[in-house]
Design a protein around this ligand. Structure first.
Ligand code: GLP
Length: 240
């Protein structure tokens, strides 16, 4: 596992953008696995700046996002589709048809999730998966539990995640109680993984990840089994 400890959020975002940009530069038709949450917003801004400056081309890039609330309409300003359009896709020269998110309105969620895993495989697999991390160690919406699920699936959100994510909603009551999320398998099958970790409240889960021990109670620790993981954190997260 490579570890970059950056001075602050801005430096972390710049380092992460450089890593993702290098993958796109080497493989212009690469497949990006993308994440939501507040942590990657700065990185997305920097990628959009590189694109505007003519240094990075998304014309052939395809993307698959980690997760989506369920149920939710894509037009809801709290949906991850809305988030991705606003924070990245509307600001770069990507073909929207090449951007994929799980459908938060799917009637048959099992079929939706199975088709998503198949589509990723058919596209050739994820070249680089961007991850954030929940305060409780969740990646995507793979929440701490006695077991983790391999395939993409519908899941319930833990009370701690509902509380943490309620800051984006009018109240905790409005946070959807379920989500569709990539399972651990598609995440772990990505050829390269970069995980962004910022802020003192992530210190404990970061230390768990760096301890080299693996526990389903901190799903991110599974990354210790992956051959190519880059951890990019800020000093607040590292020092606590
Ligand atoms: C959400 C997302 C995760 C994200 C996490 C952390 O629950 N499903 O993919 O990593 O929040 O969010 P933040 O970066 O805002 O702390």
């Amino acid at each position: 596992m490579k570890l970059y400890i950056c001075k602050d959020y801005d430096a972390m975002s710049a380092k992460a953008a450089d890593v993702v940009a290098s993958v796109i530069t080497l493989k212009p038709d690469c497949i990006l696995g993308l994440a939501t949450g507040s942590t990657p917003v700065g990185m997305y801004q920097k990628l959009a700046e590189m694109n505007k400056a003519g240094k990075l081309d998304f014309a052939e890039v395809k993307t698959y996002n980690l997760d989506e609330y369920y149920p939710i309409k894509p037009t809801n300003d709290q949906s991850y589709r809305y988030f991705m359009d606003k924070n990245l896709f509307d600001n770069i020269n990507i073909d929207k048809a090449n951007t994929h998110l799980l459908n938060g309105e799917a009637v048959d969620t099992d079929a939706e999730c199975a088709a998503y895993d198949k589509a990723i495989e058919a596209a050739g697999g994820i070249d680089i998966q961007v991850l954030g991390i929940g305060n409780n160690g969740h990646i995507g919406f793979n929440e701490p539990d006695s077991e983790l699920v391999a395939a993409t699936h519908k899941t319930g959100l833990t009370e701690s995640t509902i509380q943490a994510n309620s800051r984006f909603f009018a109240s905790a009551d409005e946070v959807p109680r379920h989500a569709l999320t990539m399972g651990m398998a598609p995440i772990m099958k990505a050829r390269k993984i970069i995980i962004l970790i910022s802020g003192k409240n992530k210190h404990e889960v970061l230390m768990g990840l760096l301890s080299g021990k693996i526990t389903t109670q901190n799903p991110a620790t599974m990354l210790n089994m992956h051959p190519d993981v880059t951890v990019v954190c800020d000093e607040d997260a590292y020092n606590g």
